[in-house]
Design a protein around this ligand. Structure first.
Ligand code: GSH
Length: 274
């Protein structure tokens, strides 16, 4: 007898989960964190982004990037889409999105902002020096001021987390990426998150980073620092050697996104890997 859609969904939900990711990729961390928050077991496969596996290329032929979530015999790419899938498929355990349609849309809007504006601005600070870097720092501060205003007077006013008392979609998206701010401050010597200028954002980040599931997910700071120093050295070296535009556009993806496990050898690799 043919299964009903509900029986199909139940069977699918019980299928094994596997994540293809990269250890320094904050997009990968988003999915790992959401899986942990929801208490879902998963296998993890580390990708070498300088030498992508046939499996990654087969499962994400469009973007060829991590993360990819395999659920049973089906695969999904794009971190925010994966997070929403997890929430749709396991709505009962630690919901990431609120039930109100407007609040759901708002969380998605700010996730888009994180990937579209804040992340690229932080990336530009990381990948530049001098006047370019000063301009990028201004961009980061303008974007953080927008988030601070929402926490102070806007949609997220009075909340401990963007999701309310518990972390939600936007916490996962913004949180997995924001730990790079401190790493990049250390590597570049530029102050990005001043607790006096952004007290609510600063307090939110501290609470986020204290979560057990976040601590389990975010790699050790020493490892991130070493990685970031290597990538910055390489990006600036290449920019100096005339590979600026490729390196800069690659790095614009880096911070919210910082990606590959080991700094690759050449400009072509950088454009691909970060
Ligand atoms: N928009 C994607 C971005 C994913 C992404 O940029 N992944 C990087 C690692 S952080 C990657 O796989 N880079 C390899 C490449 O660009 O070829 C998402 O949200 O999942």
């Amino acid at each position: 007898m043919e299964k009903t859609p509900v029986e199909n969904a139940t069977q699918q939900a019980a299928a094994p989960l596997k994540l293809l990711g990269s250890w320094a990729s904050s997009y990968t961390h988003r999915v790992q964190l959401a899986l942990r928050l929801k208490g879902l077991e998963f296998d993890y496969a580390e990708e070498d982004l300088g030498n992508k596996s046939d499996e990654l290329l087969r499962l994400n032929p469009v973007y060829k990037k991590v993360p990819v979530l395999v659920h049973g015999d089906r695969a999904l790419a794009e971190s925010v889409i994966i997070l929403q899938y997890l929430d749709d498929a396991w709505p009962e355990s630690r919901p990431l999105l609120p039930s109100d349609p407007f609040d759901r849309a708002l969380a998605r809007f700010w996730c888009h902002f994180a990937d579209d504006k804040l992340g690229p601005a932080v990336g530009a600070v990381f990948a530049s020096t001098g006047a370019d870097q000063e301009a990028a720092v201004r961009q980061v501060h303008e974007n953080l001021a927008l988030v601070e205003a929402e926490l102070r007077d806007g949609a997220f006013r009075g909340r401990r987390f963007f999701g309310g008392d518990e972390v939600g979609l936007l916490d996962v998206v913004l949180g997995c990426g924001s730990y790079w701010l401190a790493v990049f401050e250390e590597v570049t010597g530029v102050r990005l998150v001043d607790a006096d200028a952004f007290p609510l954002f600063h307090a939110w980040l501290r609470d986020f980073e204290a979560l057990d599931e976040a601590r389990e997910t975010i790699p050790a700071v020493d490892r991130l620092l070493e990685y970031a120093r290597g990538v910055r050295h390489m990006l600036l070296g290449l920019a100096g050697a005339g590979a600026g535009p490729a390196a800069a556009s690659a790095a614009a993806e880096a911070p919210a996104a910082a990606a590959a496990p080991a700094p690759p050898a050449g400009a072509a690799d950088i454009a691909v890997d970060i």
